[in-house]
Design a protein around this ligand. Sequence first.
Ligand code: G6P
Length: 360
Amino acid sequence: DDVEKGMYPHYMMKEIDEQPGVIRRIVQKYQDETGAFTIAEDLQAAVINADRLYIVACGTSYHAGLIGRKLIEEKAGIPVEVVVASEFGYDMPLLSEKPAFLFISQSGETADSRQVLVKVKALGHAAITLTNVPGSTLSREADYTLLLHAGPEIAVASTKAYTAQVAVLSILAETLGKAQDIVQVHDMAHELGIVANAMQTIIDEKEQIQQMVLDYVATTRNAFFLGRGVDYFVSLEAALKLKEISYIQAEGFSSGELKHGTIALIEDNTPVIALVTQPHTQLQIRSNCSEVQSRGAKVAIVVTEELAQTGDTFVIPNTALELTPLVSVVFTQLFAYYAALSRGCDVDKPRNLAKSVTVE
Ligand code: G6P
């Protein structure tokens, strides 16, 4: 590999550590001389003139798309639907009258996403690719490209590409909102700077996370991540990361839905990690946690400073509420990393997985 690991034991840890720097670089790359974000006018017009934006992606990129939907709907008032590429291609939903498409792909080479791109281009719709790789297939074949500027990601399990995707989506959302004179509550560049610092705080506490993980995963065969809203979307990514590299069967769950079936799986000491970053749902998540705790689950509450209570397990710094996924996910990446390490797994090259999947 051209990219060196340097002093790091694994690319994954190097890439987790790089995230605060990646966020700062993205902010710079998207700013003009005045400090305002700039995105090509014709790309912006393609989205603003559409009646719906379809986000198409796979795996971790799909999970970033779920956060992107919230950001774009809230900040730019554009309806967004997020779809798994391999489903969309063969079971296409009834499209709106004037759709635009945003393909999210770290590699820009994923076959499942490409076949959708080919189909929607044939239908004459506008397509944008958000990718880490300039000149990649999905970038070349789309009408417009947004770049991640995350630097090469070598570990099979994606970390910095996910946070870069969410950061660029937040910049896109703010830019589209401003272009339509929608009042923005935050200055996104400033808020992303706060996010970079918050990520660093968690990275600096990695040893504490390593200790905690041993307690939770030493002998377990499964684990659950819970949340509501954006915390639910992060819990899906958290579960995927843990599955990919530690082979612990993990599930991300909307905490309210848990009681409608999945709670049957909770046994003594089943690890349940709850993400609590949104004030309007914290009471509900906490009550869902009590439900599983009373059935024997070993609950960890990962919570923002603002919402923290005595007895919570891990506190993450406050950031703008819509950007908490960028911070809480770093905890879950480190959780997965140390779980895999403690089980002697090959962190950078998990079995059966490829970095980029070019077959459907
Ligand atoms: C593979 C990788 C995943 C990745 C997915 C989508 O399955 O193992 O980590 O999320 O492809 O990749 P992309 O390059 O399109 O983002």
